[in-house]
Ligand binder design. Structure first.
Ligand code: 13P
Length: 256
């Protein structure tokens, strides 16, 4: 495996946790996961980012679950990259399937967000993934290709080190159905080939690519066993310290 790839465990808390609950969970995560040889990222709701980042001593990367691409302005309800950074975020998730599907965010908009995040020195976790009907009609690669090509359009090769890709098949998110490790590995390989085509050889093998979708303590091992999978973006199981820790422990044991 290339040295530029990192082993990452990320917790996307979605619309869960008050400020108080966020601090408690983040501190427990810090205490239990700080000894593991992996990078840990937490994505609390916007309202808790500042408090969580202030409450941590050990370095856990904190991120926003979304952002708008402008620095400031009349955009009611939106949060800018400058605001995220000032609140203590170093990362931002862009293109989560819940943003794409519930809030109708399109690739053209997501591309602007990726550019803006990088210009404002935030690391990006770019989510891609197909719907069930797209997988059933053999269109997985077509969807992934469109998302990767359009979302990363105009990005410079040297900026790829600020990007992590998370492959999250939509049918596996919050459903309890995990994609088969071999299926995930195949898509990760495809993403690496695409990146090589777009940015030149080596771009793909250097990219950290996470899997997301119903990761639990009892299925992380078989996913982590795949060389192609560099870690996980966890939703439900990241809301409890114990299950997140167990996932992190197994991931580190497999990848160590
Ligand atoms: P679940 O782990 O709850 O399926 O969520 C995955 C996800 O969407 C992480 O961003």
């Amino acid at each position: 495996m290339s040295t530029q790839r990192k082993i990452i465990l990320a917790g996307n808390w979605k619309m869960h946790k008050t400020v108080k609950e966020s601090i408690e969970l983040a501190q427990c995560v810090e205490e239990k996961l700080s000894k593991l040889p992996i990078t840990v990222l937490l994505f609390p709701p916007f309202t808790a980012i500042y408090a969580v980042s202030k409450s941590l001593k050990w370095h856990i990367g904190i991120g926003g679950q979304n952002m708008y691409y402008e620095k400031e302005g009349a955009f009611t309800g939106e949060i800018s990259p400058v605001m995220l950074k000032e609140a203590g975020a170093e990362y931002v998730i862009i293109g989560h399937s819940e943003r794409r599907n519930i809030f109708n965010e399109k690739d053209q908009l997501l591309n602007k967000k990726v550019h803006s995040a990088i210009e404002n020195a935030l690391n990006v976790v770019l989510c891609v993934g197909e719907k069930l009907e797209e997988r059933k009609s053999n269109r997985t690669k077509e969807v992934i290709e469109r998302e990767i090509k359009e979302d990363l359009q105009g990005i410079k090769k040297q900026d790829l080190e600020k990007i992590i890709i998370a492959y999250e098949p939509i049918w596996a998110i919050g459903t309890g159905i995990t994609a088969k490790p071999e299926e995930v590995a195949e898509v990760h390989r495809f993403i690496r080939t695409l990146l090589d085509d777009m940015f030149g050889k080596g771009a793909g093998s250097n990219m950290t690519i996470l899997y997301g979708g119903s990761i639990k303590p009892n299925n992380i091992k078989s996913l982590a066993d795949m060389n192609e999978i560099d870690g996980g973006l966890v939703g439900g199981a990241s809301l409890q310290c114990e299950s997140f820790y167990t996932i992190g422990k197994i991931l580190s044991e497999v990848k160590a």
